[in-house]
Design a binder for this molecule. Structure first.
Ligand code: CAO
Length: 560
């Protein structure tokens, strides 16, 4: 056993790099090419390989240290017979891509490839390299075809053992002549994979022709593309030090954590625009395989950008609200939502997300109106009706809509058009045991208080008995939602899009109002009108509620 220095190899043009991870510790056994350190330049994240097989004796650097090519980073008790290591002070060993400069004489001794012709153009047989002891490993993907030109270290064939997926890299630059295996074949170390036509010093690189394990740990930074853009070959990726961590349950990687995936998977993810950090890895050590990327894309197409965890909401590009496991806090029970509840939830969310809402608050002095309403109670009873503030609200709202037609529109944003309505149908939100429904009273402007009372009564009854038809609930220009019979002083109703306004009414209450000389007890009705700010501007909204308040304060104005 001899002591070997571990030095920083050629950094692919990078001057000084920062150590971002130390993957081994003193006492660890490593194979030649196992990753020792991870370093990061401004262009790429790269793992530095062990110069040989042996036991790590010491590591003399720490995370955050800056190192340059040739710097000493540790010592290895070498088992001998592994990759060559120059004596201290000499040129540091270069990573695999650079060892393409090996002399042909050296190459002839290499295992894993046979050179078989003349000096100008040689036919090289590429063999399956050492598979870390794995036998009868299935070929899962042929990555090249006859006629393809490959560079040193380009992946040729993907094989998958029960532990990892590996891409077998090309030891030469050349042209694929023939491929001797097919998908599904099983192979062993030493089996012929394909033949390459290599011209002149075609560049033997991978001295041990060791496959690149896809479980390579990398930061999810665009190392490959960054290097490609720089026009310089990055130091090649190396197999990672064997992971000591036990396989954990598959979960999407969190942003900023490392992603385990090989070059082919990263390429696929780039093609689909998939952020690998969001993909669950199903392979060993949560390694992401192609199927994981495909499943992620399928899920995105079906569900939108949900995370696959239990969620509430989402869609429209907004992140969903994640649901915890509530049973950890106490007893819970899941119940399916009714069709009405789902439809209401959808309509509310659509409107909330699409409509820029503003709510204008006001209050109307309904002291006189209330006195008038009470005076009609006996007559209402005779008619078999109950008279509430609702028909007066309907009448006043219809009148205001005529005065301000900009509230009686819908927007067609796709065509950039405003649809002006020349009818006045008003919806009333009705609270039923099954949920919220909004039947519509037609031609409100053409009806008197008794007819409106009758219509509202009938529709509310139909609503509570689940007898409303689709027609009963369609065609509203705007909606009244009254919580006046319940309580509250104000609220912010959601516009029932494609309508552009909704009038919320809260409970009227006696208030001391200043008449210029003294406080007078007046019955004040709170109004909360939400509107679509794309269709209605704030000044008009204030004018509108002011008019409403005046109309409700003095119903005689409706006659003018
Ligand atoms: N201030 C004070 N009292 C009011 C009032 C107000 N703004 N509005 C109604 N009242 C009184 C009524 O006069 C009646 O009292 P009397 O019996 O003494 O006359 C009592 O409250 C109950 O009225 P009501 O609610 O049954 O009748 P209505 O015509 O005002 O409303 C309806 C009918 C269908 C709109 C109502 O029953 C209803 O369902 N409201 C809930 C709507 C809703 O859920 N909106 C929320 C939608 S967003 O989630």
């Amino acid at each position: 056993m001899s002591e070997q220095e571990i030095r920083v190899p050629d950094l692919g043009g990078a001057d000084e790099v920062e150590i971002t991870d130390i993957l081994v510790k003193a006492g660890d056994k490593v194979e030649a090419e196992d990753a020792i350190l991870e370093v990061e330049s401004d262009k790429a994240s790269v793992e530095l390989p062990s110069p040989g097989a042996g036991t790590v004796k010491s590591i003399s650097v720490k995370v955050g240290d800056k190192v340059r090519e040739g710097d000493l980073v540790g010592y290895l008790d070498s088992e001998g017979g592994s990759a060559s290591q120059e004596p201290p002070g000499s040129e540091p060993e270069e990573p695999a891509a650079k060892s393409a400069d090996k002399e042909p004489a050296e190459e002839a001794d290499d295992k894993g490839a046979d050179r078989a012709t003349d000096d100008k153009e040689t036919l090289e047989t590429v063999h399956v390299p050492d598979l870390g002891g794995a036998e009868n490993v299935p070929v899962v993907e042929i990555l090249v075809r006859p006629g393809d030109t490959v560079a040193v270290d380009d992946p040729l064939v993907s094989v998958e053992s029960d532990k990892a997926t590996m891409e077998i890299p090309s030891p030469y630059a050349g042209t694929v002549k023939s491929v001797s295996v097919k998908d599904g074949d099983t192979v062993n170390a030493g089996d012929a994979l394909l033949q390459l036509s290599v011209s002149g010093a075609g560049g033997k690189a991978a001295d041990s022709q060791k496959p690149a394990e896809q479980a390579t740990e990398e930061k999810p930074k665009p190392t490959e593309s960054a290097a490609a853009e720089s026009g310089k070959a990055p130091a090649p990726e190396r197999p990672a030090a064997k992971s000591s961590s036990a396989d954990a349950p598959s979960q999407p990687s969190q942003p900023g954590t490392k992603v385990h995936a090989g070059p082919a998977v990263r390429k696929l993810a780039r093609e689909f625009g998939v952020e690998l950090g969001q993909v669950r890895g199903s392979g060993p050590s949560r390694r992401i395989v192609k199927e994981d990327v495909q499943a992620f894309v399928k899920q995105q197409l079906q569900e939108g950008p949900a995370t696959g965890t239990a969620s509430s909401g989402g869609g429209s590009g907004i992140p969903p609200v994640k649901l915890p496991d509530f049973s950890q806090f106490g007893e819970v029970e899941r119940q399916p939502m009714s069709g009405l509840a789902k439809a209401t939830a959808d309509a509310m969310q659509r409107s909330w997300l699409n409509v820029p809402h503003v709510t204008q608050f006001d209050q109307a002095d309904i002291t006189e109106m209330e006195a008038f309403r009470k005076s009609l109670k006996a007559e209402a009873e005779k008619r078999g009706l109950k008279i509430t503030p609702m028909p007066f609200l309907l009448k006043a709202l219809a009148h205001a809509l005529k005065q301000y037609p900009q509230f009686n529109v819908s927007l067609d944003m796709a065509k950039q058009e405003k649809i002006q309505k020349h009818y006045i149908h008003i919806g009333i939100a009705v609270d039923t045991p099954a949920g919220l429904v909004v039947p519509v009273i037609r031609n409100v402007d053409q009806k008197g208080i008794w007819e409106l009372t009758q219509d509202a009564h009938e529709l509310a009854e139909k609503a509570r008995n689940k007898k409303l038809t689709r027609e009963d609930m369609s065609g509203a220009c705007t909606t009244i939602t009254s919580l006046g019979g319940i309580g509250g002083t104000a609220f912010t109703p959601i516009v029932n899009a494609p309508e552009v306004a909704i009038l919320g009414v809260s409970k009227a209450a006696m208030q001391p109002m200043w008449d210029g000389q003294a406080f007078q007890p007046r019955l004040m009705l709170p109004l909360s009108m939400s509107y679509d700010h794309r269709a209605v501007n704030g000044a008009d909204a204030a004018r509108f509620t002011t008019l409403l308040s005046q109309l409700l304060g003095d119903m005689r104005q409706l006659l003018l």
